[in-house]
Design a protein around this ligand. Structure first.
Ligand code: SF4
Length: 277
């Protein structure tokens, strides 16, 4: 079996930054340390950090005062405020690219149209910064209730390009004037998608390493499925099957919360199983 890697894959800048902050927090703290939600969509890493003392909590949990890490997706400002007011030392790990969207929401000149997956934590956090009405657009049906007018348009960093251009066109046809602000779609997502497109020209099958609850991994899997006859998503080496190992020419990519070591273990498992097929 030949395994070809996508040119760009795995940890993005924002995730690397949060992991670095988490490691510093573990190293420098003697009291309780927490992360507000899982720092990455990667069960293995979350467990590793939890074994070293970084406990995952939710916004409403009642816990002993300590140091709290906000992950790359960011949170609503009132949640951060609540912890600060309760005496927590809050370390803001919000990715600077997401932060730009939060600031754009706070400073918006017009009512906001937020192109996003409505229940995604990043979108919920950005909407929390809005001081003007904020309309979330996730699908075509959301456009029906938006009236003609001027809007500040903000795009969740992992939103699909195809949907964004289709919905923008529909809104403009309705007479909406959109003033785009914030960061737009993140380059980490764009680069990973482009790398999968290039990879698809070289292989017959693509394995996407990523967690089921990771939006960017799922988006890569959807893209791969549309480009090659066979695509699979695996969370780790244990999910690799004999069927996957039966292909000769295999491509591999990984979501933004996947470490190099996890990719390596998936590759090793594929190669090992291919010998038995
Ligand atoms: S995907 Fe982009 S916006 Fe999201 S955490 Fe990574 S670098 Fe930041």
């Amino acid at each position: 079996m030949t395994i070809t890697r996508a040119k760009t894959m795995g940890f993005c800048f924002g995730v690397k930054n949060t992991i670095k902050l988490a490691m510093e927090l573990i190293r420098s703290s003697s009291g309780p340390i927490y992360s507000l939600g899982e720092i990455v969509h990667n069960e293995t890493l979350v467990k590793e950090f939890s074994d070293r003392g970084l406990k995952v909590i939710r916004a409403n949990d009642e816990v002993e005062k300590g140091r709290l890490l906000i992950r790359a997706h960011g949170v609503r400002p009132e949640i951060e405020e609540k912890f600060r007011n309760n005496g927590f030392d809050v370390i803001d790990g919000t990715c600077p690219i997401v932060k730009k969207n939060q600031i754009a929401a706070r400073e918006a000149e017009f009512p906001i149209i937020l192109f996003c997956k409505k229940d995604h934590d990043e979108a919920v956090g950005i909407a929390g910064y809005a001081e003007k009405p904020c309309y979330a657009v996730e699908s075509e049906s959301d456009i029906d209730s938006i009236e003609k007018g001027e809007y500040t348009a903000i795009v969740q960093t992992t939103f699909s390009y195809e949907k964004l251009s289709a919905y923008t066109k529909m809104l403009e046809e309705k007479g909406c004037i959109l003033h785009f602000a914030g960061s737009g779609i993140c380059h980490a997502s764009i680069d990973r998608r482009a790398a999968v497109e290039a990879l698809s020209k070289l292989v017959e099958m693509i394995v996407v390493v990523g967690d089921e609850n990771s939006a960017n991994s799922k988006a890569l899997f959807c893209l791969a499925s549309s480009l090659v006859p066979h695509a699979y998503m695996v969370s780790g080496p244990e999910s690799v099957t004999k069927e996957m190992a039966s292909f000769e020419n295999v491509g591999i990519t990984a979501g933004a919360s996947v470490s190099e070591s996890l990719v390596k273990r998936v590759e090793e498992r594929l190669s090992a199983l291919s010998i038995d097929v």
